[in-house]
Design a protein around this ligand. Structure first.
Ligand code: FRU
Length: 516
């Protein structure tokens, strides 16, 4: 394809010919996953913020629909969530035909009667999410703040009874604020959380949900997602999370979720600040996973998140047209016990995943290695992606005495350019290096190498890598470590290989499958 069309992803959602940022209003209803998103209906840079809309049955293939909630002369429509009002608490639907209710941020224009403040508003749909009506008494919750936004609402059933809970942010004060409601229209303040851990940027797009640790119903913990921009571990925007307890009013993090002891400030000490960021819990250690939030109303208690695959550092400059920006793959998250603490693990939702509502799509799998075989100072060539398709590479590797084991993706024949995903034995880190990945010159902050600490399991490095036309998503050690980066390779750089240096590594398993 000519121009930048070759960067259009095969399986990641993009808007047809406009700009997008945060996923909004993620909800499953009547067999469909709805993805609303921050959208500029009139251009491919940020502006005119409205909710775009797409739906999917399998979380991989999306159909874009007309704009769902549009900006007007008084307000931009900022991020928020959608609930299915099963009990018709709002009165927008009926008991038999519950309304979908969107809770979004009205970012009021300076000239409006709300003078540039941000407040929370409602819109509802009585046709299963296809058309939306703004509530006539908007906003429903204001605090005379210009930075109060990104409401995520869920149904809470617990000791204090059943009600709606909202988590939102006071972005510039690094606070998550908690409210409760019976009808989605009247809200009472409960508590606030923060600043703590990564607190050097604005806090945005929070989420709060329970998960049973390793599936044990007697050990349920709550996960609080707090996106931060800038000041994330890889630079710019990123998502951190906390594990703890929520009693219907207040979130209390486990001690093991808190990186810096209270009262110890790293302000003014960049080395200490960088070290403290390493101790925070990150949804993703790469540059391009922001504003991750979860679907509501998913059957079977599954928790599935989607992030915006971009970074505010350079988002408006990505070298694509007429569309700009995409979402990450949908990822199922679970909590698992690790060294006495509970930690998130993530799995991309791929064909055959039980969350998909369609029969598993056949993904041809090429078995590259089935018997353990050694690799040293040589390369193993992998099949190139078929035109128009993405690939999933799965590998189990014993680094052994190798100093460096690395996948080279989107590499040129002579190896002078490519994206390198390598395990470095000396540092014990997994490194995703895009500094020679192709077009890196469109913004000074784009060229980068990201890394995450990685613990081998019985000496084994386990990787699942989803490679689409302009992205690399890495799920290591069963999804305990995740790294996502955008890349814009040259048209001729399409070779993939695996190499080991400094000693023999043993490849136990290597498969490549095609995603279309
Ligand atoms: C996060 C964010 C949100 C806001 C939206 C505006 O990327 O800044 O806080 O609601 O984008 O588009």
């Amino acid at each position: 394809p000519a121009g930048t069309a070759r960067f259009r992803p095969a399986v990641h959602f993009t808007a047809r010919d406009t700009w997008l940022n945060d996923p909004n209003g993620l909800v499953f209803h009547d067999g469909l996953y709805h993805l609303f998103f921050q959208n500029n209906p009139y251009g491919n840079v940020w502006g005119n913020m409205s909710w775009g809309h797409a739906t999917s049955r399998d979380l991989l293939h999306w159909t874009e629909h007309p704009v769902a909630i549009a900006c007007d002369e008084t307000e931009d429509i900022f991020s928020g969530s959608v609930v299915v009002d099963h009990g018709n608490t709002s009165g927008f639907g009926t008991a038999d035909a519950p309304a979908l209710v969107a809770i979004y941020t009205s970012a009021y224009k300076a000239a409006s009667e709300h003078h540039g403040t941000q407040a929370q508003s409602l819109a509802y749909s009585t046709d299963a999410g296809m058309t939306w009506h703004k509530y006539r008494n908007n906003p429903v919750l204001a605090r005379n703040s210009a930075h109060f936004r990104d409401p995520k609402v869920f149904r809470y059933e617990g000791g204090r009874g059943t009600c709606w809970i909202m988590v939102a942010v006071e972005a510039q004060h690094q606070k998550v604020v908690f409210y409760r409601s019976d009808d989605l229209k009247t809200w009472d303040f409960l508590s606030e959380f923060g600043p703590v851990n990564a607190d050097q940027g604005e806090w945005e797009c929070p989420d709060l949900f329970p998960l049973a640790v390793d599936g044990d119903p007697d050990n349920v913990k709550w996960v609080l997602i707090v996106n931060v921009n800038p000041g994330a571990v890889a630079g710019g925007s990123g998502g951190q999370y906390f594990v703890g307890q929520f009693d219907g009013a207040r979130f209390v993090p486990d001690a093991s979720s808190v990186a810096a002891p209270a009262g110890v400030s790293t302000l003014g000490d960049p080395v200490a600040a960088a070290a403290a960021l390493q101790q925070c819990l990150w949804l993703d250690w790469g540059r391009d996973c922001y504003a991750s939030v979860s679907f509501s109303n998913v059957p079977g208690g599954r928790r599935i998140i989607i992030g915006w695959m971009n970074n505010w550092d350079y988002a408006n400059q990505l070298p694509t047209a007429p569309w700009r920006s995409s979402m990450t793959l949908a990822r199922e998250v679970r909590l698992t016990a690790a060294n006495g603490s509970a930690r998130l693990v993530q799995q991309p939702v791929l064909p055959g995943h039980p969350s998909g509502q369609e029969p598993p799509a056949l993904a041809p799998v090429e078995q590259i290695i089935t018997e353990p075989s050694d690799l040293q100072d040589s390369v193993l060539l992998l099949p190139a992606a078929a035109p128009g398709s993405a690939q999933v590479i799965e590998a189990e590797i014993l680094p052994g005495s190798a100093e460096h084991v690395a996948f080279h993706l989107f590499a040129s024949e002579d190896g002078s350019t490519g994206t390198v995903l390598g395990y470095n034995a000396a540092t014990g880190r997994l490194v995703l290096d895009r500094s020679r990945s192709g077009d890196t010159g469109f913004h000074e902050k784009f060229s980068s190498a990201e890394s995450a600490p990685l613990v081998l399991e019985d000496g084994v490095l386990k990787l699942q890598i989803v490679v689409d036309h302009c992205s690399v998503e890495v799920f290591a050690q069963g999804g305990a470590v995740v790294l996502t980066d955008l890349v814009f390779p040259g048209a001729e750089s399409q070779a993939n290989w695996l190499a080991a240096a400094g000693g023999p590594a043993t490849i136990q398993k290597l498969t490549v499958s095609t995603l279309t």
